[in-house]
Design a protein around this ligand. Structure first.
Ligand SMILES: *Cc1c(COP(=O)(O)O)cnc(C)c1O
Length: 416
């Protein structure tokens, strides 16, 4: 897809460009200065600008051969023996330990069991409530992702607890005043609609002062925002493998359990892969030592292999640099957005201060789905969230400043 602007025949070749066209040169300069730009050409984007990274981003070009290698180099020659001979059985832990540094977690605390985020959250929330059997309340934030609300409600009914749904502003206050009745508190470091950030440390500290168990859903933070799980002494956390982690369609979720909590955690999904000796085929469940007790059944090996492959460039880059790049792209988006269009920055539904938001920005528009479709027609993929939000996610490694510029140009055209 070509995006070149044709110069007006009347304009002398040396004329200084102004307005949005001038910012294209600035975009190129910024890309040239930033060593992380080199990663972008190694993703198979199909010529589109992928700002819907919260949902699904492009694969790395090398994914085809990596997965082909698993099939023809492991599965075909060794068949069932590959589970033992190619490290397949350990992959939930191998991938977990690979991901851990991006979450500020030491080894042995993250596992990718092969479940969805929803299932993993169910497992974590029930386990959290079981740690506080005598406390009546399960607390969740009202703006949480829908599945989190549904699962929390179901867990509360299952365990005969009272679900308390607090708006963002009342969440910490509830913990401060009613924390002693609270078994577990579920929230997220990034609001999935507005991108607003919640600091993990203070809310976790409030939980601990009150003796409640903190559970974090990191789906919109993992891979783009430092979360410092160990430093904040988070109890349990879960998150998607297919958002900024780029694991691909239906990539499995991850689970974090702080090491000193692991001996006491009793997961409801007591599957045989979470057993201390899965192949002893014992009639009674005996949980594995450590985070392995968070495993369930036979993991989806090819999906795990795809996630494993997706993590390499993220881990090589490190979360500080990923965050820095994502922030630069978001700030450049805002610079372009207002260029010649002072009306558009007023549509911002996210905090203007980059310290107060995660990896995405949201704009309030009259017809969010219409805008999503118009942009898609111009090769810019974003996502609408009803009723009136359009989100722009800045995945650090496959989005460039020039693509951000192009997205804003199309946005200007689509919102006359
Ligand atoms: C995307 C997302 C999910 C998705 O759950 P799945 O079971 O993987 O479909 C859950 N929670 C949050 C906060 C999310 O952003």
């Amino acid at each position: 897809m070509t995006t070149r602007q044709s110069a007006s025949p009347a304009a002398p070749a040396t004329a200084t460009r102004t307005g949005l066209p001038a910012l294209r040169d600035e975009a190129r300069r910024r890309d040239e200065r930033d060593p992380l730009t080199a990663y972008a050409s190694r993703y198979a984007t199909g010529g589109a600008v992928h700002l819907n990274g919260n949902s699904l981003g492009p694969p790395r070009e090398s994914l085809t051969s990596a997965l082909g290698g698993v099939v023809s180099g492991q599965w075909a020659p060794r068949q069932v023996r590959a589970w033992f001979q190619d490290g397949w059985l350990d992959l939930p832990r191998t991938v977990g330990d690979k991901l851990a540094p991006l979450l500020g977690a030491g080894p042995g605390q993250v596992v990718v069991a092969g479940e969805t985020t929803s299932t993993t959250l169910f497992n974590a929330l029930v386990a959290a409530c079981r740690l506080r059997a005598d406390r009546p309340v399960l607390l969740v934030e009202a703006g949480a992702f829908p599945t989190d609300l549904y699962i929390a409600d179901s867990v509360a009914r299952l365990l005969d607890r009272r679900l308390v749904v607090e708006p963002r502003a009342g969440f910490d206050a509830y913990l401060a005043t009613h924390g002693r009745q609270t078994a577990a508190a579920l929230t997220a470091p990034v609001d999935f609609r507005t991108g607003e950030r919640r600091a993990i440390g203070p809310t976790t500290a409030l939980c601990h002062t009150a003796g409640a168990v903190s559970v974090w859903d990191l789906s919109h933070a993992a891979g783009v925002l430092p979360v410092e799980l160990d430093a904040c002494a988070v109890d349990l956390a879960v998150g998607c493998g297919y958002k900024y982690l780029g694991g691909g369609p239906g990539a499995p979720a991850f689970l974090y359990v702080r090491s000193d909590l692991q001996p006491d955690v009793d997961f409801p999904l007591a599957g045989w892969h979470g057993h201390a000796r899965p192949f002893a085929m014992a009639p009674e469940f005996e949980p594995a030592e450590g985070v392995d007790r968070g495993r369930t059944g036979t993991p989806p090996l090819l999906s795990l292999a795809a996630l494993d492959h997706a993590l390499d460039p993220l881990v090589d880059t490190g979360i500080r640099e990923l965050h820095r790049r994502g922030r630069d792209l978001g700030e450049f988006f805002l610079t372009c957005l207002g260029e010649g269009r002072p009306d558009l920055p007023r549509r911002l539904a996210s905090p203007r201060d980059p310290d107060l938001r995660g990896g995405h920005l949201a704009l309030r528009v009259p017809d969010a789905e219409g805008l999503e479709q118009a942009l898609a027609g111009a090769g810019v993929l974003v996502d609408a969230r009803p009723p009136d939000l359009v989100r722009f996610a800045f995945a650090p490694l496959y989005v460039t400043h020039e693509q951000v510029w192009r997205a804003v140009r199309e946005l200007h055209r689509a919102l006359p």
